[in-house]
Design a protein around this ligand. Structure first.
Ligand SMILES: [Ca+2]
Ligand SMILES: [Ca+2]
Length: 217
């Protein structure tokens, strides 16, 4: 009998843990997610930008995204390359059978992705949002880029380049941006599934935050 109880306990724990791994977190209007320190790629030729917290706020018209880094932005970009900090994959109809598959990982059903970029501003007026020019640096700015998925196509198409999106100075360790609901074709009251990836993390599923469904204000 004791052995049966033990077996049942094991089965219950297995069932609960598999339930937890597939569970999607739900939020209304805004969300905040913590992330581990030091979970970045070791083979990176840069110091990987280590995200420790992400917030998303919806205000009825715009989405405001912030990524908090472990160190100041200059620590990551002074001698390294500009690039994405987090990429947000949006399943705008909350339906995994429509839209495309994430380029990294095996997640299905996304209509758009928005990359939050950390860019380097140079004293000569130039700016790099990917890579580096190697000239004297004036400061750092955020931007974003948007890609649209098409069903059956392997890679999403870029519909907004980071040079065409608004830039905002990065102070300390917070990279943030704001974009309109129209950027990803959503409307107030919609429930959107979001898979967020820490860009300088590993190339597998572990680089993703837990999936969330956010109901927009
Ligand atoms: Ca992290
Ligand atoms: Ca979809």
């Amino acid at each position: 009998m004791r052995r049966l109880n033990l077996l049942l306990s094991f089965l219950l724990i297995f069932f609960m843990s598999s339930l937890a791994s597939t569970q999607i977190l739900t939020f209304k209007h805004s969300l905040e997610l913590e992330d581990a320190v030091g979970d970045i790629r070791e083979d990176n030729d840069d110091i990987g930008k280590d995200v420790i917290k992400v917030t998303i706020n919806s205000d009825g018209k715009n989405l405001h995204i912030t990524a908090v880094l472990k160190e100041k932005i200059s620590y990551y970009l002074e001698k390294c390359k500009a690039g994405p900090v987090i990429t947000l994959h949006f399943d705008t109809d909350n339906d995994t059978t429509t839209g495309g598959k994430t380029v990294l990982g095996k997640k299905l059903g996304f209509e758009y992705e928005v990359g939050l970029m950390a860019c380097i501003k140079y004293k000569d007026g130039g700016i790099a949002c990917v890579g580096s020019i190697g000239a004297p640096i004036e400061g750092y700015a955020s931007s974003f880029r948007t890609k649209k998925y098409k069903q059956g196509e392997k890679f999403p198409e870029t519909i907004r380049w980071s040079t065409d999106a608004p830039h905002r100075d990065i102070e300390e360790n917070v990279v943030e941006t704001t974009f309109s609901y129209t950027e990803i074709a959503v409307t107030s009251g919609k429930s959107v599934r979001i898979a967020i990836r820490e860009d300088d993390s590993t190339f597998d599923e572990k680089s993703f935050f837990p999936e969330v469904v956010l109901t927009l204000k």
